[in-house]
Ligand binder design. Structure first.
Ligand code: RBF
Length: 164
């Protein structure tokens, strides 16, 4: 699990499928926006580099990370006909157990929505102990988890298309 061993932006994009024609929703939590904004920039940058069209990427702000699974469900229930949803958030551990409860709920919730709709729902959520750890992973020394989330979405959409 150690991101210290893997740079989150270290991809050879020539080896990643084209994202042309892929339709992707992105839900972005509005807590720690200096982090989630950078994660969003990374995801958008990677999707566009791989050929995704602006009009095929739908970005929506949501209150906090806890609401990410519900937002993903709203995306799939909409008329947008999305191939995947990327959930972007940043949880920084505080002094109470709130962090543990929210991390658990989000990771389970994202998995549940993905299985319910049979579509990729990507965990673009930083769960860190300090703000510095988040800064290191949203464009800092460990790369940008937004890039990794976009690559995961593209790969999973391509996988599903190849099997259907
Ligand atoms: N949302 C986040 O996305 N990241 C956080 O670090 C975060 N910390 C929170 C800490 C406390 C004490 C509370 C009450 C909420 C926090 N939230 C955070 C918001 C949470 O995900 C959710 O939006 C709200 O709890 C409303 O359901």
């Amino acid at each position: 699990m150690a991101t210290a061993l893997k740079n989150l932006s270290d991809y050879n994009l020539n080896e990643i499928p084209s994202a042309k024609g892929m339709r992707i929703g992105i839900a972005v939590a509005q807590w720690n926006t200096h982090i989630t904004g950078a994660l969003l920039d990374g995801a958008l940058n990677t999707l566009k580099k791989q050929g995704a069209h602006d009009s095929d990427i739908i970005v929506k702000p949501i209150p906090g990370s806890y609401e990410l699974p519900t937002a993903a469900q709203f995306f799939f229930e909409s008329a947008l006909e999305l191939d995947a949803v990327i959930c972007i958030g940043c949880l920084i551990k505080g002094e109470t157990l709130h962090f543990e409860y929210i991390c658990e709920a989000i990771s389970q919730g994202i998995k549940d929505v993905s299985l319910k709709y049979n579509k990729p729902v990507i965990f673009g959520v930083l769960t860190v102990l300090t703000e510095q750890q988040a800064l290191d992973r949203c464009g800092g020394k460990h790369g940008n988890k937004g890039d990794e989330a976009a690559v995961s979405a593209i790969k999973m959409i391509a996988l599903q298309k190849s099997l259907s």
